[in-house]
Design a protein around this ligand. Structure first.
Ligand SMILES: Nc1nc2c(ncn2[C@@H]2O[C@H](COP(=O)(O)OP(=O)(O)OP(=O)(O)O)[C@@H](O)[C@H]2O)c(=O)[nH]1
Ligand SMILES: [Mg+2]
Length: 408
């Protein structure tokens, strides 16, 4: 799948940039100017201005690219509309292609809807790589307890419990990547760019590949708060959920050797001091979440009955009543879904059916932490990682059953 337009590829001239910063965008004209200016300040301060800022756009209709191109920068700029499936991943892939071709030692990706980005983010996301301590740097944000619900309820616990690395923001969007890792990404089978990796699956794919390929260490960069266009989980996150979680499940399968044996969960170093900042509060409409959960379960009930045994269906019946689900039940269902997801034909339906359960999980989490501090919420998230870890045998038994079913 071609991601980088041919004319852009042909126009690239070999140049010794010290850094490339990639900015994927789709209708971000209000915020991309600030992001670009700040990135340039970072490149000036930490790389003497010797960098290239690449904007890969999804065909914005609000003038995003014009805003980007009009920003006065010392670093060079390049903007184009990527090819391939529409999505954030195609945008990132097209930028990686440039990094690979020009052999630039490090690339940073930042989202174009960021309002809290600072020039020093560029330093924190690259220094562990340039000092040869890491091949990949993930962002470490201070986030409000209700921001990042896909991260907290599924990505973080699974990356910790199954991939063995406590990466607090595995899908944070702002990453530093070494050339070596970019080359590895680009050498993966071409057809991944025809999957959800081309969309919002790209972040979890990058992180789990970075762990699974074992090319080197991973660091987390302390970045402070992430202020961006936030989304209410009940209203906006459905498609994103399927893309991220579907990709995660595929990676769990691809890298089964990682978690099949005994794994120690490792802490991942945080680079830089964590700024003392307070994230913006975020309201979640719990009633809406619970109603969406109930409604979604009803709609998917027949499918769920076909796939799940009677034990697990009794959990579903409870959730249908309550509109919420506790951690033990959640983990059991996630592990079952992870295995069923391996059957290609069920994939789309599996994800559709998991979304209402995720709403129920978020509703439960919100209720448990409503009057509580962010620290309390964080503690609860840590405890949930342990539940995922403690039930790993259940996943193993589902997994073996599946394999037996296949060979028998
Ligand atoms: N080129 C392109 N960029 C996209 C597309 N969808 C999203 N993006 C960009 O991807 C970045 C993240 O998208 P958001 O919609 O802000 O998603 P988010 O919830 O903040 O996601 P995270 O990155 O996981 O924090 C932004 O820079 C978007 O402009 C797309 O279809 N094409
Ligand atoms: Mg965003």
């Amino acid at each position: 799948m071609r991601l980088l337009p041919r004319e852009i590829e042909e126009s690239l001239k070999a140049k010794d940039y010290e850094i490339i910063v990639g900015i994927p965008s789709y209708n971000n004209s209000k915020t991309i100017g600030y992001v670009t200016k700040t990135v340039d300040e970072g490149i000036i301060k930490y790389f003497n201005g010797n960098g290239l800022i690449v904007n890969s756009d999804g065909g914005s209709t609000d003038g995003t690219r014009d805003v980007f191109l009009k920003v006065e920068t010392k670093a060079e700029k390049l903007s184009f509309v990527y090819e391939g499936l529409p999505g954030k991943g195609s945008a990132m892939g097209s930028i990686m292609k440039i990094v690979d071709m020009l052999e630039i030692p490090v690339v940073v990706f930042v989202d174009s809807d960021l309002r809290s980005i600072e020039p020093w983010w560029i330093d924190r996301l690259t220094r562990p790589i340039l000092e040869k301590r890491a091949i990949y740097v993930t962002p470490y944000y201070v986030r409000h307890k209700y921001d990042g619900t896909i991260t907290n309820n599924i990505c973080y616990p699974i990356v910790s419990a199954l991939f063995g690395k406590k990466i607090r923001q595995p899908i944070g969007g702002d990453f530093g990547v070494s050339l070596e890792l970019v080359k590895n990404y680009m050498s993966q089978p071409e057809d991944i760019w025809e999957t959800d990796v081309a969309k919002f699956g790209v972040d979890i794919w990058m992180t789990t590949t970075a762990i699974g390929e074992k090319l080197g260490e991973i660091y987390q960069a302390a970045l402070g708060v992430k202020i961006h266009d936030v989304k209410d989980p009940g209203k906006h996150l459905g498609p994103m959920f399927s893309q991220v979680v579907g990709t995660l499940f595929r990676q769990v399968e691809k890298y089964e050797k990682l978690w099949m044996g005994n794994i120690e969960i490792e802490n991942v170093p945080v680079f830089g001091d964590i700024p003392e900042v307070v994230p913006e509060p975020l309201n979640v409409d719990v009633e809406n979440l619970r109603n969406s959960a109930r409604k979604g379960i009803m709609e998917n009930y027949d499918f769920l009955s076909e796939v799940l045994g009677s034990d697990l269906m009794s959990i579903i019946d409870n959730v249908k009543e309550a509109g919420k689900i506790d951690i033990e039940q959640w983990v059991k269902l996630i592990y079952k879904f992870m295995v069923e997801y391996r059957k290609q034909v069920l994939r789309e339906n599996m994800m559709k059916a998991l979304v209402p359960l995720y709403f129920a999980k978020v509703a439960d989490f919100v209720e448990r932490t409503l009057d509580k501090s962010d620290e309390f919420a964080e503690q609860l998230i840590e405890e949930q990682v342990e539940v995922f870890k403690d039930h790993k045998n259940l996943l193993l038994s589902f997994w073996k059953e599946y394999k037996k079913g296949r060979s028998g």
